[in-house]
Ligand binder design. Structure first.
Ligand code: PHE
Length: 340
């Protein structure tokens, strides 16, 4: 046994490598999992007790020499020309790393969230699969209310109490149930409506909805907040509120911003009017406050909701909403400059 180990030590000392693969073969042969070294260590227990000490020392010597040999052989090769063909020029600059980019919907969502954070709104989130109470009933939309038709709903299987939320107003109901006024929150999130998919509409899209409840909140506060938002996001503070109807707000309005008519694209996206609708808003209906156990005599509030895709289409001049969901890298790559 001892003699065999000595032979192996001699073999290691003589080893020379011309190529990197030879070093690797050598390493596997001696130090690999099923290599000589492990075999020998396993043999150790069969060695006569009197020889154990010497055998052990020889094994350690063999192991150390093998490692030394591998290191020195590698060093020799790397400094020779031959190595260049394997490693290439080790001083060359590295390949540039391909940077990823945020999805345009995330970029716009983050910008909107930032703008409202600055005036004290906190983000709230809730489940995408909702119950009837939070998506409809608590929002003053009782069963059989005709306004439910405004939001074609996807139900989960046949259970009418399990549905995909049609707006993130549901999150605001949850927030009101868990928090006392003053409340200032925005709820960004994905929503679902059973609509035919086209260049302008999709059955999945994103909203950012806002809610502000305190004493003496007025319509003027709502208007001021929307003007601030429009100025921060679009650089345009001229807005228009058109009377509208939502069951959860009274009075309700649709929010238009004045986009202008400078270019041909402006004419196209504003249909020649210069005005562009970006969302809905209104004063929270007292019934909604009552449903969330908030004293409607003492408190009032406003709410608003924007479609994120719609705003992203405006900001980036994207003509077809379907681009957002196809995840074509050629489309997504264009947003690299906007890493926020
Ligand atoms: N929830 C409404 C929608 O999805 C938008 C909205 C929010 C309108 C808040 C008014 C107030 O259409």
């Amino acid at each position: 046994m001892l003699g065999r180990v000595k032979e192996l030590i001699a073999e290691v000392e003589e080893f020379k490598a011309k190529k990197v693969v030879h070093i690797e073969e050598f390493r596997i042969k001696f130090l690999g999992k099923k290599g000589i070294m492990n075999d020998l260590f396993r043999e150790f227990k069969n060695v006569e007790p009197a020889l154990k000490k010497e055998f052990g020392q020889l094994l350690n010597e063999l192991k150390a020499k093998t490692q030394e040999k591998i290191d020195s052989a590698k060093e020799d090769l790397e400094s020779s020309d031959d190595a260049k063909s394997v490693f290439g020029d080790l001083t060359r600059p590295a390949e540039p790393l391909d940077l990823g980019s945020r999805h345009p919907i995330s970029i716009v969502r983050n910008r909107i969230v930032e703008i409202f954070n600055r005036i004290g709104f906190v983000v709230s989130e809730g489940p995408e699969i909702e119950d009837d109470w939070h998506n409809f009933t608590a929002l003053n939309l009782p069963e059989y209310h005709p306004a439910r038709d405004m939001q074609d709903t996807f139900f989960v299987q046949t259970n009418p109490d399990e549905l995909l939320r049609t707006h993130t107003s549901s999150v605001q109901v949850r927030y009101m149930e868990d928090h006392k006024p003053p409340i200032r929150t925005i709820s960004p999130g994905r929503v679902f409506r059973n609509e035919a998919i086209s260049a302008r509409a999709h059955c999945i899209f994103h909203q950012v909805e806002g809610l502000y409840i305190d004493e003496n909140v007025s319509f003027a506060d709502l208007k001021q907040t929307l003007m601030y938002f429009s100025k921060e996001l679009f650089g345009k503070s001229k807005i228009r509120l058109r009377p509208s109807y939502f069951p959860f707000t009274e009075p309700s309005a649709e929010v238009d911003i004045y986009w202008g008519l400078e270019t041909e694209t402006d004419y196209r996206i504003t249909k020649g009017t210069g005005w562009l609708e970006i969302g809905g808003c209104g004063m929270v209906d007292p019934n909604v406050l009552k449903n969330a156990n908030i004293d409607a005599e003492k408190y009032s509030g406003f709410a608003f909701g924007f479609g994120v895709e719609r705003i992203a289409m405006l900001l980036y001049q994207i003509g077809d909403i379907r681009h957002f969901f196809e995840n074509d890298v050629r489309f997504l790559e264009q947003f690299k400059a906007d890493l926020k």
